[in-house]
Write a protein that binds this ligand. Structure first.
Ligand code: HEC
Ligand code: HEC
Length: 295
């Protein structure tokens, strides 16, 4: 028995001794992952200069709630801080703009790829890849009119051991790794060209709601940081109740205060038009039939 305990003890110490080695390997492999580049060619984007387009671009940056992550006036702020996992910052966009050409800016927002080709942690790209050229051009047009405002000095993004382990295990993934870069733009333009009411609603939901509500299937997101329902829930709303909920963030069916959702609705979705909300509603009512068809 004694000898058994001794062996256990020594093997325990030996295991402990390998911990720094394991951590070192995780560190090295995750550094490699973090430096990975994506070959997404730059593409021309028509950027209008007329004032109506610029005004529409401003409305779209509100609807797409860029400042929800980047802070008021895009000044930059901490975006994610989970101990051991990662601390990520959403930078001062306006201050960064002079370094970007329009195609580079487009690639950053819709493909999640930095100017030097590295992937980025701008998770919103996973759904902004569904924004069509026509709207992206207006967003860029508006951003170009902004003058930088001083914001906080933000440190570099940093990753803890857990974050790095998840990176190595492929469980903490940059959006650029998931986007179909070769086809996303074409598909977004095709979606925006469907001018039926359901088509218009689908385009808005895919480019605006899908990121938080469980991807293209809109199946909800169980991640405790998100915890959003499948959007089929919208079929339980009467049209007026749905409109009221999106406009005010109040009157959710399951509870009154819907946390993150209420903040997004109050802060940003107020810029949706009544027509757009009705379009979204019309599309969401088709989800049960779509689900049946795919089974
Ligand atoms: C879900 C949060 C989130 C939303 C919403 C979001 N961003 Fe970002 N954005 C980030 C993060 C985080 C980064 C930094 C990524 C990195 O460091 O890898 C970033 C980076 C950027 C950059 C690169 C800045 C630089 O310093 O190189 C630009 C440009 C940008 N975002 C524009 C936008 C625009 C325009 C919108 C709205 C259409 C938007 N973002 C919406 C989180 C967000
Ligand atoms: C930034 C993330 C985010 C975005 C963008 C977002 N949602 Fe949500 N939504 C949530 C979260 C989180 C919840 C769950 C809130 C809760 O229960 O505390 C939610 C809840 C909901 C609910 C259910 C409310 C209830 O309990 O009855 C509906 C309906 C909904 N969202 C519709 C939408 C639609 C439509 C869009 C796009 C126009 C959208 N959401 C965009 C995060 C988001």
């Amino acid at each position: 028995m004694k000898i058994f305990i001794k062996i256990l003890k020594w093997s325990g110490i030996a295991l402990l001794g390998t911990l720094p080695l394991v951590a070192g390997i995780i560190y090295a492999v995750s550094e490699f992952e973090l430096r990975q580049t994506y070959n997404v060619p730059l593409a021309d984007l028509a950027v209008p200069t007329d004032s109506a387009s610029i005004r529409e671009g401003e409305r779209l940056t509100r609807v797409y709630h860029c400042e929800g992550c980047h802070g008021e006036k895009f000044k930059g702020q901490e975006f994610l801080n989970v101990p051991m996992l990662a601390t990520l910052y959403a930078p001062n966009v306006v201050a960064a703009l002079p370094q970007y050409t329009n195609p580079e800016l487009d690639r950053m927002i819709r493909h999640g790829v930095h100017r030097d080709g590295r992937g980025s942690w701008m998770f919103a790209s996973g759904m902004y890849c569904n924004i069509a050229d026509r709207d992206m051009g207006k967003i860029v047009a508006y951003l170009r009119t902004l003058t930088p405002s001083a914001g906080p000095t933000l440190p570099q993004n940093s990753f803890g051991l857990l974050g790095r382990t998840l990176l190595v295990a492929g469980q903490f993934v940059q959006p650029a790794a998931l986007i179909d870069h070769a086809h996303s733009r074409e598909m977004a333009n095709a979606a925006a060209a469907d001018t039926s009411q359901v088509g218009r609603g689908k385009y808005i939901v895919m480019s605006l709601c899908s990121g938080c509500h469980g991807g293209p299937e809109l199946k909800g997101d169980l991640d405790p940081h998100m915890n959003s329902p499948a959007l089929i829930v919208a079929t339980a709303y009467k049209p007026e109740a749905f409109r009221h909920f999106l406009r005010t963030g109040e009157g959710g069916l399951s509870k009154k205060d819907c946390g993150e959702m209420s903040l997004i609705a109050k802060g940003f979705l107020t810029k949706l038009t009544d027509q757009e909300i009705d379009d979204v509603y019309a599309f969401l009512q088709t989800l049960p039939a779509r689900r049946l068809a795919s089974n």
